[in-house]
Design a protein around this ligand. Structure first.
Ligand SMILES: CC(C)(COP(=O)(O)OP(=O)(O)OC[C@H]1O[C@@H](n2cnc3c(N)ncnc32)[C@H](O)[C@@H]1OP(=O)(O)O)[C@@H](O)C(=O)NCCC(=O)NCCS
Length: 300
């Protein structure tokens, strides 16, 4: 994708200082140190817990745009295409000093051009909601962020028929994820497995659910969690809690998962929530298993 020069980006909001940039460069994000360092500074500026490796993985699995003003990286957006019909987007950040001047809108316009006719899913903070609504996104559900530092010793808990994943399980897991998510994302599953650990629920030789746990942000994140019942999802999450005593663990669960109170009772309280929004039609889920825990708020 060629660099796009956006001139005269002017604030839309009457509440904020009106400001015009003579020249904003919107260009593809690359994996260079400069881009990764700039991106990391952006997430730190808005107090998001992303590490450099989290940015690297996000870019490796998708595509991104950065905005530069006077040679400074001041805004980002990334997206992950799953075939020709569907994509998710996220990590949409404008540096606090540059907010309210139309940069978020300019990045969204460029990203929508790049994603074309794909239905687009995102998880919106309160700050982003008005911006996304203005591009035709509408609310469909919520995602709840549960996290905490785990105690050093966890009380005994029936973990259920969970075992560590074996290499030969990957195709079955990727298929189960595709059905529950509504789109194929084998690359993401393989990458998560490479950098983290994975577990499955197996009954009578058949895999009925799985979950993955990888380094993310302040510690580790569990997700995706895909299971046929809330009980199985709990067993999978508990498996990783037991594996990481004293560690920092995060789970992003859907509002309709029914897991919120349970996670809180397990010592993983909710620390915030976001609104899931869609533009277009999300591909339908199939199969017995459903998503209880997201891969991440950005990946969906
Ligand atoms: C959300 C965000 C990306 C918007 O970028 P921005 O450059 O400030 O937005 P723009 O100047 O292009 O404004 C676009 C619209 O968003 C609205 N908006 C911007 N900041 C807002 C805020 N803090 N609260 C509510 N609405 C806001 C603007 O009013 C404008 O709407 P309008 O055209 O109807 O007036 C930016 O505020 C940000 O980075 N926030 C912190 C990180 C975050 O929450 N990102 C969203 C992740 S889903």
């Amino acid at each position: 994708m060629a660099a796009i020069f956006v001139n005269d980006v002017t604030a839309q909001s009457k509440d904020r200082a009106i400001s015009t940039f003579s020249s904003v460069l919107v260009r593809p994000m690359t994996g260079t140190d400069r881009d990764l360092d700039g991106a990391l500074s952006l997430s730190q500026a808005v107090h998001w817990p992303y590490c450099r490796d989290d940015w690297s993985l996000a870019l490796e699995l998708g595509q991104g745009l950065l905005a530069e003003v006077d040679g400074q990286i001041v805004a980002s957006t990334l997206w992950w295409s799953y075939g020709d019909a569907f994509a998710t987007c996220g990590i949409i950040i404008v540096s606090p000093a540059m907010q309210g001047r139309g940069l978020g809108r300019a990045l969204m316009e460029n990203m929508l051009e790049a994603t074309g006719d794909r239905a687009l899913l995102l998880n919106s903070t309160e700050e982003g909601h008005r911006l996304y609504e203005s591009f035709g996104f509408s609310d469909i559900s919520t995602v709840h962020q549960h996290q905490a530092q785990l105690p050093d010793v966890l009380s005994a808990f029936p973990v259920g028929p969970v075992r560590n994943m074996r290499a030969g399980d990957l195709p079955a897991i990727a298929k189960m994820d595709e059905q529950a998510f509504g789109a194929e994302r084998t690359r993401l599953i393989e990458s998560f497995n490479r950098i983290g650990t994975s577990a499955v629920i197996e009954r009578n030789g058949s895999i009925e659910g799985f979950a993955m746990c990888r380094p993310f942000g302040l510690g580790h994140a569990v997700g995706p969690v895909v299971a046929a019942t809330a009980g199985d999802a709990q067993s999978l999450i508990r498996h990783f809690m037991v594996e990481k005593p004293g560690g920092f663990l995060r789970v992003d669960t859907t509002g309709d998962s029914g897991l919120g109170d349970w996670l809180t009772a397990q010592g993983l309280p909710e620390v915030g929530h976001v609104t899931t929004m869609i533009r277009g039609q999300r591909p339908p889920a199939a199969g017995q298993a459903r998503i209880y825990g997201l891969a991440s708020q950005s990946f969906g």
